[in-house]
Design a protein around this ligand. Structure first.
Ligand code: HEM
Length: 567
């Protein structure tokens, strides 16, 4: 429905409220005049007229909005605050309540002049609206000035934080690099190194009396940080190591990211003022950036001496300046760091609670290893899985995709509207407002995934024969890796990395949730677990799974491999 159409229809209720308020204003002013206090009367009248005008204006604004309640002055903030512990589920509920429209408009700044622009947010999970924003009218929906300004100190004008020509140039250069086989090999090399360390930490936890809990999310975060550093500037900081409990670069990078995200919570002028006065989070950001910059300077200098197959060395060949190289590196660190570890944390959590899925995954791994390495189990555990082995783990890939459907690492994203537009479902989006698409909600809509949308069912990603991974036919129904021209560049590397880690861990260990540990979403740009993921580690008994291949996809894979080998 058009905003202007709605604005043309004042309600009866509104008239009654207005008349009542006019009476009240008159009464108060007359009383003050009777008591011969003209200044008090004027002031009261002015205040009451202001309040009345604001309420009248607010009421007409409220009528144009759909979705959750918007309060005078505070907008949708009370709803957000009240539901902060379950914000993504709250948004999903709001979107479901629209009855298939999967779009609503709300206001975070109900202040005249701001409400129709900076204050107005269109929240959507409709695939056609997403296609419109992410592809059809891509140029009209950039990251936008607020987001760019907030991230500028950390990321400069890097790929993650730029729009238009500046973004396109970097995207073209980076896209060429991301399709090379050598980058895939580099990722496998760095991942395998870190997996050895992870498995030795898990084995140590399994060796004791079985009561030593580990925070799996923390271990995975360290692992993927080491990975992305290796891939980006050819150096593994080995933060996943009991010997290095504290790494100054990681600590500074974490603090800088946290302080940058804080900026998004406040109006731009506020953090700019704090920055000028060097207060609180802004002072922390400044200090952390000094550490990060020093580290990046050293890393770039080292790569200049001895170029390798990492991303920095590749961009060096394109004659990027030192400062640009540092910013490029930081952009890749941020893009590829937490996303895979968070996805893996939700994956392991789900697998622990679904023994049927776990059996199929481990069954598939052992079936593939039996086919490629023979029946000797010692050979299965010798070294990491090779590319061709990982590529055959289709059920595992389906389980990872299913995890990202229900727990997308980036649960929502926001775009800025450059000029007035109308979304395919008729929603009017004014210039200067923003469109937020809820990736989390999309995975939980019956209209997209059917009645069992809340159920973890990897089979929905498999072909009818169960031997092939099949992505959704409509790419705008599953946007955990984004879609359109800004699709995630690291998607294939991420699947490679996640499959390697999941296979290595599940082949050797069985994980059990620590009783009483509460797994809760953290409200952040990335879907972390707020209290981590505490697990007990047990050794894997492969006898438990070897006999369970009868109806599993793994059985089909083994048969397919055996048939191909015979042919
Ligand atoms: C499970 C793992 C991952 C998920 C769910 C994921 C998801 C995403 C999403 C949603 C975006 C769009 C962000 C935005 O525009 O605001 C994105 C962009 C990007 N991702 Fe990933 N990502 C993952 C892993 C990786 C890895 C491992 C790398 C690098 C090695 C990477 C590199 C990038 C880059 C460079 C972009 C920016 C693309 C552009 O703006 O043109 N990602 N990713």
């Amino acid at each position: 429905m058009l905003l202007s159409d709605r604005a043309l229809r004042p309600s009866r209720e509104f008239h009654i409220n207005r008349l009542h308020t006019i009476e009240m204003v008159a009464e108060v002013v007359i009383k003050a005049l009777r008591e011969q206090q003209p200044a008090a009367a004027a002031l009261t009248a002015a205040i009451l007229v202001l309040v009345f005008s604001y309420m009248a204006w607010f009421w007409s604004l409220r009528r144009r909005l759909s979705g959750p309640t918007v309060w005078p002055l505070f907008g949708s903030l009370p709803g957000l605050v009240l539901n902060r512990a379950r914000m993504h589920d709250w948004i999903a509920g709001n979107l479901r309540a629209t009855g298939g429209v999967a779009t609503y408009q709300t206001c975070i700044l109900p202040i005249p002049l701001l409400a129709r622009r900076q204050g107005l947010v269109t929240v959507t999970a409709h695939p056609r609206n997403l296609e419109h924003v992410l592809r059809t009218r891509f140029d009209n929906y950039p990251k936008g000035p607020q987001m760019q300004a907030a991230f500028h100190d950390l990321l400069g004008g890097g790929i993650f934080n730029s729009d238009g020509e500046a973004w396109l140039l970097q995207r073209k250069t980076a896209a060429l690099e991301f399709t090379t086989r050598t980058l895939r090999q580099a990722m496998a090399r760095w991942t395998n190194r870190a997996i050895l360390r992870l498995c030795s930490i898990l084995s140590a936890a399994a060796a004791g009396d079985g009561r030593r809990a580990v925070d799996l999310q923390d271990l995975l975060l360290r692992l993927t940080f080491d990975n992305i550093c290796g891939l980006t500037f050819g150096k593994d900081p080995e933060t996943l190591s009991p010997a290095i409990p504290h790494n100054p670069f990681t600590a500074a990078f974490d603090a800088a990211t946290e302080a940058t995200l804080q900026r998004l919570l406040f109006p731009g002028f506020l953090w700019r003022l704090k920055k000028a006065l060097r207060l609180g989070g802004e002072l922390r950001l400044r200090r952390s950036l000094e550490v990060v910059d020093r580290h990046m300077e050293a890393a770039v200098a080292e790569r200049k001496e001895t170029p390798s197959d990492d991303l920095i060395s590749r961009f060096m060949k394109k004659r990027a300046s030192d400062e640009n190289l540092q910013r490029i590196a930081l952009n890749f660190l941020l893009a590829g760091r937490d996303t895979s570890s968070v996805a893996l944390s939700w994956f392991f959590w789900t697998v622990m609670r679904r023994p049927d899925v776990e059996r199929k995954i481990v069954g598939e791994i052992t079936a593939v290893l039996r086919a490629t390495r023979g029946p000797d189990r010692a050979a299965w555990l010798a070294g990491s899985l090779e590319f061709d082995e990982l590529d055959r783990l289709v059920y595992l890939k389906a389980a990872l995709a299913e995890t990202l459907r229900l727990y997308p690492s980036v649960p929502q994203d926001t775009k800025y509207v450059i000029s007035d537009d109308v979304l395919p479902d008729g929603t009017v989006v004014p210039a200067g407002s923003s469109v937020t698409y809820s990736i989390y909600s999309m995975g939980r809509l019956e209209t997209i995934w059917g009645k069992d949308c809340e159920e973890f069912r990897p089979e929905r990603w498999l072909s009818a024969e169960g031997d092939r991974f099949e992505p959704t036919k409509d790419p705008y129904q599953f946007v955990a890796f984004n879609a359109g021209p800004r699709t995630c560049l690291g998607k294939d590397l991420a699947y490679l990395q996640m499959r390697s880690i999941a296979a290595a861990v599940l082949l050797r260990h069985r994980l059990e949730p620590v009783p009483g540990h509460r797994v809760q979403q953290k409200m952040s740009l990335t879907l972390f677990m707020k209290h981590g993921l505490l697990v007990y580690v047990r050794p894997r008994n492969l006898d438990d799974v070897d006999g369970h291949l009868v109806d599993s996809p793994a059985k089909k894979v083994t048969t397919a491999i055996a048939t191909a080998a015979a042919a």
